[in-house]
Design a protein around this ligand. Structure first.
Ligand code: UD1
Length: 374
């Protein structure tokens, strides 16, 4: 089975790592890896390939940044000749970024079946670019691999044939578990001057709805600076946010060395690699985030997570995990964070099938289908 696997952005790299590994273990699978180049900075891309031990991509489309239309169109334009030349039996896409949707459309227009890993998630907020990517990808994909029960329910409500839906668990957790021994040894704590058992919070922000309006971003930073007087905050700054902060005259100097967490302040650091980031999540007293995947990682690591959004497409992290949705009003962030710090963290079990074996299940299902066809 010749499978073209397409990735483009940071969270995609985490998801593809266990899948490529599981495919490589089976002689019947011939995986090709295409990197669209949506993320291209070394810290946003290459570092993830190194940390997750992903082999070099067979093709890099080097599409770079651009408007959503241009980015999506460039992926389609540059992927199409590769699909024509390689004639795969299947195109596999993960997550919900622009590269996911672009690869899906390109494949279905060539009548190549598509497998979508992390299908069915819905925030029900169509102002999120990812929600549009999810709905459109799921509408035309042939294999829909879901991470949680809500994924199945959403797809059935949208009229998807139940035979296409497979509840397999979460490949992000496969990546987390298989690299555990390596992230547990990460040198990031010494680098940041984090002493053993000294509490800190970890913050990530990058959603356009939170960071693109300079006024809103400034209010956020103000609230977080107040919170940092109670607990130091490590803030790896996404390039999109860095641009916004610099544009608005914020005198920030992200760096990954010589950060002194004993100063009660926000430590702005450059984007971190996978192993360093997960290590920091694992020992954090509190995670504040607007990312999707981090809600899941915090859940499995038993770290209290406050999500700075009104909706989540991953409700299992709220019902089974440590996640709470607190919106993005600055006062509320401060109050909720202080309340969380005042309570002892409570550990929950992992959601169903988040056991480190999702990629094997996916590959087994694909293998069975291929065998049936032969
Ligand atoms: C993208 C995904 C988002 C995902 C996030 C993870 C879409 C619509 N969004 O958002 O779902 O959660 O990745 O990080 O696909 N930039 C750099 N270097 C890079 C990459 C980006 O400087 O390597 C800058 C560029 O100025 C770019 C901006 O960041 O315009 C945003 O990048 P883009 O890929 O468009 O979206 P993200 O915000 O990263």
């Amino acid at each position: 089975m010749r499978i073209v696997n397409v990735v483009g952005a940071r969270p995609n790299f985490v998801k593809i790592a266990p899948l490529i590994r599981a495919m490589t273990r089976r002689p019947a699978f011939v995986p090709t890896l295409v990197h669209t180049g949506q993320h291209y900075d070394a810290s946003m891309s290459e570092q993830f390939f190194t940390d997750l031990e992903i082999r070099r991509p067979d093709f890099n489309l080097e599409v770079g940044s651009g408007s959503h239309a241009v980015q999506t169109a460039q992926v389609m334009h540059r992927l199409d000749p590769i699909l024509e030349a390689t004639r795969p039996d299947l195109v596999l896409v993960v997550g919900d970024v622009n590269s996911t949707l672009a690869a899906t459309i390109t494949a279905v227009k060539r009548s190549i079946p598509v497998a979508h890993v992390e299908a069915g998630l819905r925030s029900f907020d169509r102002s999120m670019p990812e929600e549009i990517n999810r709905i459109l990808t799921d509408a035309v994909a042939d294999f829909l691999f879901v991470t949680e029960e809500s994924g199945r329910e959403n797809l059935l409500r949208e009229g998807v044939d139940p035979a296409k839906i497979h509840f397999v668990g979460n490949v992000m957790i496969d990546a987390l578990e298989s690299s555990r021994r390596r992230w547990e040894r990460s040198p990031i704590f010494e680098k940041l001057g984090v002493e053993t058992n000294s509490p800190y919070a970890l913050l990530t922000l990058h959603r356009p709805s939170n960071v693109d309006d300079p006024h809103k971003l400034a209010k956020f930073v103000e609230a977080l600076e107040t919170l940092a007087r109670h607990i130091p905050i490590v803030f790896p700054v996404h390039p999109r946010v860095k641009q916004q902060l610099l544009r608005s005259g914020h005198g920030l100097a992200p760096r990954t060395d010589s950060v002194d967490l004993r100063r009660k302040a926000i430590a702005y650091v450059d984007p971190l690699g996978y192993l360093d980031f997960v290590a920091l999540v694992s020992r954090a007293r509190l995670v504040l985030t607007d990312s999707g995947g981090i809600q899941e990682e915090a859940t499995v690591l038993g770290v209290p997570c406050l999500t700075l959004r009104d909706t989540t497409e991953r409700p299992v992290t709220v019902t089974h995990g440590t996640n709470r949705l607190i919106g993005s009003a600055p006062d509320r962030i401060l109050n909720e964070a202080l309340q969380t710090l005042a309570q002892p963290p409570r550990r929950n079990g992992a959601p169903p099938l988040w056991d480190g074996h999702a990629a094997e299940r996916i590959v087994e299902i694909l293998n069975r289908t291929a065998t049936r066809k032969d």
